[in-house]
Structures are given as C-alpha cells and as structure tokens.
Write a protein that binds this ligand. Structure first.
Ligand SMILES: Nc1nc2c(ncn2[C@@H]2O[C@H](COP(=O)(O)OP(=O)(O)O)[C@@H](O)[C@H]2O)c(=O)[nH]1
Ligand SMILES: [Mg+2]
Length: 273
C-alpha cells in the first residue's frame, strides 16, 4: 500500500494530473517506475543519468521511485532531487516488501500511457530507454530490454548461473503465447501500454512481473531490444530463496491458469490518478 508522499511530490502529482502533453511533445506520456530497497548509493546517479537520456527526447515523462522505507536514506536522496524536478516522484511504502508489488503500486500512481520499469542498481543501461519508448510509440504494445536476443549479453555471469537462467526461461515456453512471445521473459527492464495491463490483477510478490504480463496482458505485438546486462554498481542484490520460491509459485499459478481452471485473485491495476 502506498502510505506516504512528501509535499513537493504531491505538488508534482497534481500538475501531471491533467495528463496533457506540452505542445511539441510526442503524445504518449511515459511513467517509469524504479523500485528501490536500500539503493542510496545508486539512485542519485541513476536519476541523473535517466533524466539526461530522456530530456533530449522532449517527451512528457515522470519517474516514480517506489521505495520500501529503506533504512539507508534512499528516500532522502530522492526527496532532495524531487524538490528541484517535479518529474521525479517518491512513493514510500511502509511495512511492505516485494519488487512486483512496488512496480504495480508505482504504475497505479501515474496517469501515463506507457508504463515502464528499470532497476536502480545500474544493471539496466538508461541509454536503452529511448529505443524502448520508440518501440511502443511505433505501435508495439510492449518493448523489452532483452539479454537473449542477438546483441544482448548476460554480463559477468558464470556458467552455472547462465544454465539456471536458461532453464528458468525454458519452462516459460509452453506458457507464452505465439503473438506475445519473448526470448527474455525474465527481464526486469520493459515498457508496456497502460491499456494492455489495466484491470488485470498480477502477483505482487517476487521479481518476475514481466512473465505474468506476457502471459496475461492484452498484447498483440512485443518487441525485444537487445542490451548488455551490467554489473550492480553498489550495494547487494535482494534476490534470495524467497524470490526463487515466488517464481515457482507464479509458474504453478500460470500453468494452472493455462491448463487448469484457476483464476488469479489479485485486484486489477487501475489508473491511479
Ligand atoms: N521497492 C522494492 N524494491 C525492491 C525490492 N526488492 C528488490 N527491489 C529493487 O528491485 C531492483 C532489482 O533488485 P536486485 O536486488 O538488483 O535484483 P537482481 O538484479 O535480480 O539481483 C533494485 O532496484 C532493487 O532495489 C523490494 O522488496 N521492494
Ligand atoms: Mg540487480
């Protein structure tokens, strides 16, 4: 649940509530969510980098940092930036954890037409953002930063990690639909049209929101854009056994949904503002 926002952020929210794109801009607005859990050392640099990449596009955008009340001062770093840039908003969730839920809560707080997500630790190069946005602007329902399309790279992973990742992708193959198939359904770097996901309930726990979007959203066309997965800049990964368990739970739910009769109980995504 979204529990608090600071005044400047609320002010920013009300200015973008109209949803009107300024003259001269492309008509689609981008709402980019960056989920954070103890990313104080990374988030300042990332926000600077992201704004430097998005500004020349002259599009209407906002960046929503969804922080789970990090104890390392992540929120303070973002608040200071948001004071000077109304396109940066901080959403603090108290007493909650979960990457997918943080992304969904961020998407709920924006009226953007294109909903995006990227990690805070600089493993996702901001230079890819224009190509992802362009792919959706051109008419695709979704654009994915992909490590498995030609030109993409897994970074410094060892063989064991690469094999595990390949297996995790392989088990999604029967679930994926022909029209909306992706080689990298495990990516955490993507953009999707709001209209494709609105009203659909997604699992709030775990890291693999993209897979569920691919399987359950209203998608006619998906474009994968290759990128080289970087190394985490500072701090430690939050992936753990619980995350692997949540992936197994998601898979079983999606398999049951596709080949059985279970329906998802999660409440659907709605436009927040
Ligand atoms: N809000 C929020 N963000 C999270 C949570 N878990 C991870 N993140 C963020 O999600 C992104 C990816 O997490 P990371 O630990 O780098 O995962 P890895 O790349 O799979 O090792 C980072 O920006 C994290 O700060 C969480 O429970 N809540
Ligand atoms: Mg990471």
């Amino acid at each position: 649940m979204v529990t608090s926002t600071t005044d400047p952020i609320e002010a920013a929210a009300s200015t973008s509530r109209t949803g009107a794109a300024p003259a001269g801009c492309l008509p689609l607005k981008l709402g980019l969510v960056i989920p954070t859990l103890c990313e104080a050392e990374n988030i300042g640099g990332l926000l600077k980098h992201v704004r430097a990449v998005l500004d020349p596009l002259e599009i209407h955008y906002e960046i929503l940092v969804v922080d789970d009340d990090s104890a390392d001062g992540t929120g303070d770093v973002v608040s200071a930036i948001a004071l000077n840039d109304p396109r940066v908003r901080l959403i603090v969730r108290k007493g909650e954890r979960g990457l997918s839920g943080a992304v969904l809560d961020g998407w709920r707080q924006t009226n953007a037409d294109v909903l995006g997500v990227m990690d805070a630790d600089l493993q996702h190069p901001p230079e890819l953002l224009p190509r992802l946005f362009e792919a959706v602007s051109e008419g695709n329902d979704m654009a994915i930063g992909s490590r498995y399309t030609p030109g993409g790279e897994l970074g410094g992973w060892n063989l064991w990690r690469k094999l595990l990742s390949a297996a995790a992708v392989w088990v999604t193959w029967p679930l994926q639909r022909r029209r909306a198939r992706a080689k990298d359904p495990m990516s955490g770097y993507f953009m999707v049209r709001r209209a494709s996901v609105e009203g659909i309930g997604f699992q709030r726990t775990g890291f693999k929101l993209l897979l569920e979007v691919l399987v359950r959203a209203r998608l006619e066309s998906v474009k994968e854009v290759p990128f080289a997965f970087g190394l985490r800049y500072r701090g430690a990964s939050k992936a753990n056994f619980q995350v692997a368990w949540e992936y197994a739970r998601l898979l079983s739910k999606l398999y049951a949904g596709k080949f059985g009769f279970r329906r998802s109980p999660e409440p659907g995504l709605r436009a927040g503002r």
